[in-house]
Design a protein around this ligand. Structure first.
Ligand SMILES: [Fe+2]
Ligand SMILES: [Fe+2]
Length: 170
């Protein structure tokens, strides 16, 4: 199947997951160097989706947002807010749970990547070129004030995920 954009983004999911796995190999001693690499990779990935792939697909769709665009954007907001506090075992549990659900909506048959790819078939090369030239999103130091975690929990609720429930049930 000729689907280079699908391949590009799916490979990036797997690449980012591997960095996270290295960071949390010992959950009681999360390796900061890998975790910061993971954060930068994930935030850059979200930027590539929001600013390039999803945006160009929407333009090609008569400027009408694709059906999954709204919920994926809420999830991007939630995932981004989970990058703010320092990681804990609970936060990682929630993050992995949300990422798994999110990536599936993008990767599945009939999902977001497939929809975006078919809308942009006449500009695949141009998009791949833009994606290759994206600069790494700068990351800020963690904020461990309680308000940061509370903000993440609220962003998760808006996206349909209950942080405390996920922690308790998984
Ligand atoms: Fe995404
Ligand atoms: Fe993605």
């Amino acid at each position: 199947m000729n689907n280079p954009l699908y391949q590009f983004f799916t490979n990036d999911h797997r690449r980012i997951e591997k960095i996270l796995e290295k960071a949390i190999a010992d959950i009681n001693n999360i390796k900061d160097e890998y975790y910061q690499e993971f954060r930068a990779g994930l935030l850059t990935h979200i930027k590539m989706e929001e600013k390039i792939l999803f945006l160009e697909a929407q333009k090609a769709n008569n400027n009408t947002p694709l059906p999954l665009a709204g919920e994926l954007r809420l999830e991007h907001g939630a995932i981004t807010s989970l990058m703010v506090p320092s990681p804990t075992a609970d936060l990682i549990k929630v993050l992995k749970y949300v990422l798994e659900a999110h990536d599936l909506k993008e990767e599945k048959e009939g999902g977001m990547y497939e929809a975006c790819e078919s809308l942009t078939t006449n500009q695949t090369e141009e998009l791949l070129e833009q994606l290759k030239n994206v600069t790494l999103t700068p990351i800020h130091p963690h904020n461990d004030a309680p308000i940061a975690l509370e903000a993440a929990k609220r962003a998760l609720l808006r996206a349909g995920f209950d942080y405390d429930k996920i922690v308790a049930e998984n």
